[in-house]
Write a protein that binds this ligand. Structure first.
Ligand code: DAK
Length: 257
């Protein structure tokens, strides 16, 4: 049987590939459970400092698998806790997760990319929330994360008209961190992930938590959280090492403690 989720390690980076090319990487339970299991394994592995999720050159993921969910009724969707039960593992990852998106990231695919900490897009990427065409609406965070990324006007436009946003517009609008020529997407994303994985893991985790606080709290609460994390970093050997290395004009050797 084809494995719908493939994993590799590249030095200190864990790579997760969605692998359903015959269905534009549409997300079913096997895919979503597979991604969750891969994240569990990379989170538990002390050698891994950053995770990348990608698809193939045609699609990151063209959404939830329409054939899989088309006959769900309300009680099934509600009682099986559709989406919440297994889709949000990326969101709860404590190590940084980068989405490397080429081709289509639609519906649940766009939502899954937005659950990652940042998106690197190939110049071929196309983002959209076209659920309205199917008689439903984004159910994995699209109506909430998209406005936070691109603002209300563009989010309304995408969710209500089902139009796709290309990579250039996505970068201009703040949805993606970088646009990269398609043939270099994975290499460049792995390079950036390796940079992150080369820093002190506890500090990387504190930075991620602190930036995420900007979306979950008032400015004052967020600033307080950041200040406490900043103070806590002075309890780390890695802070001593990082500052000593700067003063001694050498490369820091972080030990994640
Ligand atoms: N599901 C299942 N199969 C899909 C698929 C999808 N989302 N997207 C593509 N495929 C399959 C196609 O059926 C086709 O299969 P075969 O016919 O070859 O067997 C194959 O992938 C290739 O697709 P196309 O032949 O259509 O390829 P094109 O290049 O012409 O078009 C496309 C590519 C990505 C533009 C097109 O396939 C497309 O529009 N796909 C659907 C995109 C879409 O509507 N995505 C949103 C899915 S809905 C909920 C929570 C969440 C959700 C819903 C409910 N609740 C809490 C209740 C989330 C919903 C979604 O994500």
């Amino acid at each position: 049987m084809t494995q719908v989720v493939l994993t590799e390690t590249h030095g200190k980076v864990g790579l997760i590939r969605i692998n359903r090319p015959e269905a534009m990487n549409a997300l079913n339970n096997d895919v979503v459970d597979g991604i969750g299991a891969a994240i569990d394994a990379f989170e538990a592995d002390d050698n891994i400092g950053c995770i990348v999720v990608t698809g193939n050159e045609k699609a990151f993921a063209a959404g939830a698998d329409i054939g899989f969910m088309k006959d769900f009724d309300h009680m099934h969707a509600y009682r099986s806790d559709f989406i919440t039960r297994n889709w949000e593992r990326i969101k709860t990852a404590r190590k940084p997760v980068i989405a490397a998106v080429a081709g289509f990231a639609l519906g649940g695919g766009c939502e899954m990319a937005m659950m990652c900490d940042m998106i690197f897009a190939a110049d071929t990427a196309k983002f959209g929330q076209p659920e309205i065409r199917l008689g439903t609406l984004p159910g994995a965070g699209g109506t909430q994360r998209l406005p936070r990324a691109v603002g209300k006007a563009k989010a309304m436009d995408m969710c209500l008209t089902a139009r796709f946003m290309d990579a250039a517009e996505a970068e201009k609008s703040g949805l993606v961190a970088r646009v990269i020529p398609a043939d270099q997407l994975l290499e460049e994303t792995l390079k950036a992930a390796a940079v992150i994985a080369g820093f002190s893991l506890p500090v990387v985790m504190m930075v991620k938590e602190s930036v995420n606080r900007a979306f979950e709290s008032s400015l004052n609460e967020g600033l307080l959280f950041e200040r406490r994390a900043f103070h806590a970093s002075f309890g780390l050997e890695d802070q001593k090492e990082g500052m000593a290395a700067f003063v001694e004009k050498r490369k820091a050797n972080f030990r994640n403690c």
